[in-house]
Write a protein that binds this ligand. Structure first.
Ligand code: DER
Length: 233
């Protein structure tokens, strides 16, 4: 719910945004929206010196429309903090992202940040990855390699790979990097080592980036419809 997302977003901003933080990564999706609004209020009130590095064209627009200063990964590779949403997080901090198709730039921002903070509705918190997220693991691939990668993933790891099609556009969705997205659906209940799965995926020629964020989260804030926030640290 919006209340759940808002409470998680504001709890994270209240805890991590202050005068000692100068360069932050801004995630993609809907939960980051109340976070950015809160950040903009704080910058204005406390005259904070803050530069925001986006994880997508959507994040870039969110930064600009909230009057925040825009930076890029070309200028900044050491971020004090990154705040982003997630599609699912398990208790070992394994995380699926990419529901919005932005995982490549999101992961780059996340690895440049001293702390990677996730904000989400508590519905995203699962015992095991795949318990709730049923749309598959998003994998960004080079357009020329979409059939090669589909075949190789299904051969090596099983399951079924589907190219993500546009809704208001015929044909495959293009990412901000002008690549395709494969959504890989499989029985994740049997997976014991997500890091191993991620490594195998990344080694397949044509794969650009996966939506598996393994052991990257510093702290996760999960909100519920009453506005209560639980932490996973
Ligand atoms: O696509 C992404 O990685 C987004 O961050 C997504 O996972 C979170 O989107 P939401 O905040 O709208 O749930």
């Amino acid at each position: 719910t919006d209340k759940a997302k808002e409470s998680a977003a504001i709890a994270a901003v209240d805890e991590h945004i202050n005068a000692n933080v100068h360069i932050i990564g801004i995630g993609s999706g809907s939960t980051i929206v109340p976070a950015v609004k809160k950040i903009a209020e704080m910058v204005k009130k406390d005259k904070l010196d803050l530069i925001c590095v986006p994880t997508s064209l959507q994040a870039r627009e969110l930064i600009l429309s909230n009057g925040l200063k825009l930076g890029s990964l070309i200028e900044y590779q050491e971020l004090d903090l990154a705040i982003d949403g997630a599609d699912e997080v398990d208790e070992q901090f394994n995380c699926i992202k990419g529901g919005g198709g932005c995982q490549t730039q999101e992961k780059l921002v996340a690895i440049c940040a001293k702390k990677f903070i996730v904000v989400a509705d508590e519905k995203k918190w699962s015992k095991n990855l795949g318990d709730q997220w049923k749309k598959g693991i998003p994998i960004e691939v080079l357009p020329i390699a979409y059939k090669i990668t589909k075949k190789e993933i299904e051969k090596q790891l099983g399951g079924e790979v589907v190219v993500r099609e546009g809704t208001e556009k015929l044909g495959p969705v293009l990412t901000d990097q002008a690549n395709f997205i494969l959504d890989w659906k499989f029985d994740s209940s049997k997976v014991s080592n997500w890091s191993d799965i991620n490594t195998k995926l990344k080694l397949i020629p044509g794969v650009v980036e996966t939506g598996l964020f393994i052991n990257m989260i510093s702290k996760a804030y999960f909100g519920n419809s009453e506005g209560k926030v639980q932490l996973l640290v």
